[in-house]
Design a protein around this ligand. Structure first.
Ligand SMILES: [Zn+2]
Ligand SMILES: [Zn+2]
Length: 376
């Protein structure tokens, strides 16, 4: 792309930055009718103005491109993602075709055939990426390789061998359409040989066989934000398939699959883990080290801790993807009843048994009693 400083698109069309779609369309229509090459044959100045206006319109009529332009100016529209393709000159005659047909100015036989050159957005591309638990929790920068179509570097997407260019279509002699005479009616049809472009590739590029595009393995760096989860999709704007006829590229969607952690179980932004305590730790209380995402954390277990109770460690969970805080970590207690006792341990437990009060009224029974009381 030439590095000549470009005119502001709004200035080119003579509209304000807050103009609506209709104003922009109207302004372009006026300019296009005035400077259309058909109306100004052999006038390079008019052609330049027409191209300028068409380029400005192609950007300002596309909400996505317009937003990009508003934020970043011309620089934002360069590169493969949504750049203006000056070779796609013909698609503006499509837009014009709409105007002209609508106004009946040319009285042509319909613009249906020309629409095949209409700008089209490229397809979205899916890429599956597997992450470790920690990568999902802390975020990461992944280097991925995505197969997609890209403009051929040898011919710069022109489809012609370097040094040669497209030649005038022999069928339509460059007009892009053919005039059919049917009794007293004359009907214009899009030329089938050149699909309306007026040019044909006589010396196809050896690398892309004249397609202008070829499949490449594109290396991309994708930033995965902290806090993503299994099933999260990360959109990378403009990294899908390229558009046709100057249309914007599609988007790349990275589908995340997150591996399980051997210890932590994740529920949204909270983490859960279970720690075993022996009966004396639970009965007498203790201090233990519990694992967190950032290493070990000292946890004070009070005496008389019951099986199944849980401790909440605030803000020790997973970061919210939008950056507003973290979830919590829940530590669940699993009191382990010893299954194999030494003689010594058995003796100690028997002593304990003899000193503990026997209360065999199960919780269920007292509940049953309550229900019975209620019923009577
Ligand atoms: Zn090529
Ligand atoms: Zn032709």
């Amino acid at each position: 792309m030439p590095s000549v400083s470009k005119k502001d698109y709004y200035d080119v069309l003579g509209v304000g930055r807050e103009s609506g779609d209709q104003d922009i369309k109207g302004a372009y229509r006026k300019l296009a009718l005035k400077y259309h090459p058909d109306r100004n044959p052999g006038d390079p100045d008019a052609e330049e103005r027409f191209k300028e206006a068409s380029e400005a319109y192609s950007v300002l009529s596309d909400p996505q491109k317009r937003a990009t332009y508003d934020r970043y100016g011309h620089a934002g529209l360069q590169g493969p993602a949504g750049g203006f393709n000056p070779n796609a000159f013909q698609d503006f005659s499509d837009i014009l075709g709409d105007f002209f047909d609508f106004g009946g100015l040319f009285g042509s036989g319909g613009s249906g055939g020309r629409r095949r050159n209409r700008a089209q957005r490229g397809d979205d591309v899916r890429f599956d990426l597997e992450l470790s638990f920690e990568e999902a929790v802390f975020g990461m920068s992944a280097e991925i390789q995505v197969p997609r179509m890209e403009a051929c570097g040898r011919c710069r997407a022109t489809g012609s061998e370097p040094g040669s260019g497209p030649t005038t279509c022999p069928t339509c002699r460059g007009r892009g359409e053919i005039l059919y005479q049917q009794s007293f009616l004359s009907v214009r049809r899009t030329c089938g040989t050149c699909a309306g472009s007026g040019q044909v590739i006589s010396n196809p590029c050896g690398q892309c066989r004249g397609q202008g595009y070829q499949q490449v393995q594109r290396r991309l760096k994708v930033n995965i934000p902290a806090g993503v989860d299994d099933g999260t999709r990360v959109r990378v704007s403009g990294e899908g398939q390229p558009g046709a006829n100057g249309g914007p590229s599609g988007d790349l969607y990275v589908f995340l699959k997150v591996k399980e952690h051997p210890f932590f179980e994740r529920q949204e932004h909270d983490l859960h883990c279970t720690i075993p305590l022996n009966i004396t730790q639970a009965a007498l209380g203790c201090e233990i080290e519990v694992p967190t995402l950032e290493g070990f954390h000292n946890l004070k277990v009070p005496e008389g801790t019951q099986n199944g109770s849980q401790f909440r460690l605030r803000h020790k969970g997973v970061a919210m993807v939008n950056g507003s805080g973290r979830g919590d970590l829940y530590v669940h207690v699993d009191v382990q009843i010893p299954t194999r006792l030494t003689r010594e341990q058995r003796k100690l437990l028997e002593q304990l048994r003899d000193s503990l009060p026997v209360d065999n009224a199960p919780a269920e029974k007292s509940l049953f009693e309550k229900v019975k009381d209620y019923l009577v």
